[in-house]
Design a protein around this ligand. Structure first.
Ligand code: DGT
Ligand code: CA
Ligand code: CA
Length: 568
């Protein structure tokens, strides 16, 4: 089994850390980090992409050189540069540098001043309080380190896209064993998953576990029983596999899909009817009255079929009883993407190439929304370049058959809530999305006021990635989403569900709150390359978890309808 995306990303991250410790050129260090994020967030497994003749060098931040290295890693399982770097460093310093709160400079201090080179050394000096007094190690870092060192590895959560690459490879591997479904939080499409829960139908339960322990990606077998096997993959992701007979398939799937709270609510209904519900079926006395399919069980319980994304005990059971479940939005409902970049700023493809890729997705419009000038690293647009880009869009639009490119911008929200471009420039556009890319650490009140001020600009139609979180890397900035949602309702501004796998921002809870307030949302990919349109499904997942129907999502509308609902 070839190396999967998460491991490639981990190798790049480690190499970046080690290069940084060596004092290597910061651009080279950053290039590896950026590549790691790109790889990790890919919608498909790299070996699959390569086997299909995909060209990784087309990805943002991955040129010929890195693409060659990735191909090499997938082929050999080793990253030569990383191996060489590791040899040069004592002990486990490479891994230690990757801990949250540390980083190369501090690791160097740990090594030079406290002779730390292994995790055991580190644990010892932290517990003995020897970090006190060492410059650069405040109480916050000390606490973080203690927490990390004591936290079992199993508490780590994985981004949905990362888990998906692992899951797909695994399902493929087990395919011959029977019907294989990934249940758990994965099937509920949570933005992160703790572990994978597989349900496999098989008359030969033991054979399923035997097959799993022979999977190349298994680092450790944690349990290996007659019907249940648990393994740890090299990436650190844990996998639970249960083999069940066909007659219990629905019951097992229902049980292991969860959530736990949803299961408890269902069991209570069964009990009220004098029945018993468990992972083997729905029973009246000793007689199984349902169990082969989830549909049968819901029906017997007097419930409409509840989509996995809603199974969180947030009111869905009552709706199912009244047969009033929402018709959740699907990928097929979407007519376009309202957040797209091109090589005019930090995208990798031309406007025309992005438009053609969107057309291939079946879309009828995209909004081209490159960065504004403040984002200097991305070569953001000033009014003159924006106007020139508009003329280029006109030219491309005349050549396109089925798709319309809307003129847009992702305008920076400045510290005080004013915008990075004059109203006169914004007024000429079809879609203005506004976003925070700086001053993440403002106090909550000021950050909220800042975003609301931007929403009060009549040209702004959408707030992009409203909380700024990067899953596992950056917490959302302090912002009062309740006030932002109220402001969206009052101003007619829309909120984005950014579908980048490391953003998924808004999250499911905020999406739900926005819907309750009557705010319409956009599901957008923030695509920076032609193959990132596919990310949209992760945005659709979060929309469904927030109970959105097609009508709640502005980019399900045909172009004329979209134009009507967008401000100005
Ligand atoms: P995760 O892995 O933390 O992202 O979240 P889940 O929901 O996948 O949780 P997990 O892997 O612990 O268990 C998978 C499913 O199994 C869970 O969603 C519901 C079911 N389950 C696990 N433990 C219990 C339990 O104690 N009671 C009930 N009713 N169901 C449980
Ligand atoms: Ca799980
Ligand atoms: Ca589990």
């Amino acid at each position: 089994m070839p190396v999967q995306n998460a491991e490639v990303a981990a190798m790049f991250d480690q190499a970046a850390e080690l290069l940084e410790i060596e004092g290597e050129n910061p651009f080279r260090v950053r290039a590896y980090r950026r590549a790691a994020r790109v790889v990790e967030g890919l919608p498909k497994s790299i070996p699959t992409l390569l086997a299909a003749g995909g060209d990784l060098s087309e990805l943002p931040g991955i040129g010929r050189d890195l693409a060659g290295k990735i191909a090499d890693i997938v082929q050999t399982g080793h990253f030569k540069l990383l191996d060489a770097l590791k040899k040069k460093l004592p002990g486990e310093l490479g891994e230690i540098a990757a801990l949250p709160g540390l980083g190369p400079k501090r690791v160097k201090l740990l090594h030079d001043k406290l002779k730390v080179s292994t995790f055991q050394d580190l644990r010892r000096v932290v517990k003995a309080g020897r970090l006190h007094g060492i410059h650069g190690f405040g109480p916050i870092i000390e606490q973080k380190l203690l927490a990390t060192l004591e936290k079992p590895a199993s508490e780590k959560r994985f981004k949905l896209a990362v888990a998906e690459a692992e899951a797909e490879a695994l399902v493929d591997f087990l395919r011959d064993s029977g019907r294989v479904v990934v249940a758990g939080s994965y099937r509920r499409r949570r933005d992160t998953v703790g572990d994978l829960d597989l349900v496999v139908t098989s008359a030969h339960a033991a054979a399923v576990g035997d097959k799993l322990v022979g999977y190349d990606n298994v680092a450790q077998v944690l349990a290996h029983g007659p019907t249940r096997t648990t393994v740890l993959l090299h990436s650190g992701l844990q996998v639970d596999v249960r083999a069940v007979p066909e007659a219990s398939y629905g019951a097992a799937l229902l049980y292991f899909t969860g959530s736990k709270a949803h299961n408890i609510a269902l069991r209570a209904i069964a009990v009220r009817r004098g029945w018993k519900l468990n992972e083997y079926g729905l029973f009246s006395g000793r007689r199984r009255i349902a169990g082969a399919t989830e549909e049968d069980i819901y029906k017997k319980l007097g419930l409409a079929f509840i989509p996995p994304e809603m199974r969180e005990d947030r009111g869905e059971v009552l709706l199912a009883q009244a047969d009033k479940l929402p018709a959740l939005v699907t990928r097929a409902d979407l007519r376009g993407d309202l957040h797209v970049h091109s090589d005019w700023t930090d995208g990798t493809a031309s406007i025309e190439a992005m438009a053609e890729a969107a057309q291939a997705q079946g879309y009828v419009y995209i909004a081209l929304t490159d960065h504004s000038r403040r984002v200097a690293m991305a070569h953001g647009l000033d009014p003159a370049r924006l106007a020139r880009q508009g003329r280029e869009i006109d030219r491309v639009n005349t050549r396109l058959q089925r798709l319309t490119i809307l003129k847009g911008i992702e305008v920076d929200i400045l510290k005080d809530g004013s915008l990075d471009l004059p109203d006169a420039s914004l007024a000429k556009l079809d879609v203005v999305i506004a976003a925070v890319h700086s001053f993440f650490d403002l106090p909550r009140g000021a950050q909220t006021d800042r975003v609301i001020r931007a929403m009060n600009n009549q040209h702004v139609s959408i707030i992009a990635h409203p909380t700024g979180r990067l899953i596992g890397e950056r917490e959302p900035y302090a912002i009062d989403m309740e006030r932002v949602i109220a402001a969206a309702r009052d101003t007619g501004c829309h909120l984005e569900i950014n579908a980048q796998p490391d953003r998924l921002d808004l999250n499911d809870m905020h999406v739900h709150a926005a819907k309750q307030a009557g705010v319409k949302l956009a599901i957008s990919t923030d695509a920076h390359s032609t193959n990132s349109f596919d990310y949209v499904r992760f945005g659709v997942d979060q929309a469904r978890r927030g109970w959105l129907e097609a009508d709640d999502v502005i980019n399900t509308r045909p172009l004329a309808g979209l134009r009507k609902i967008l401000r100005h």
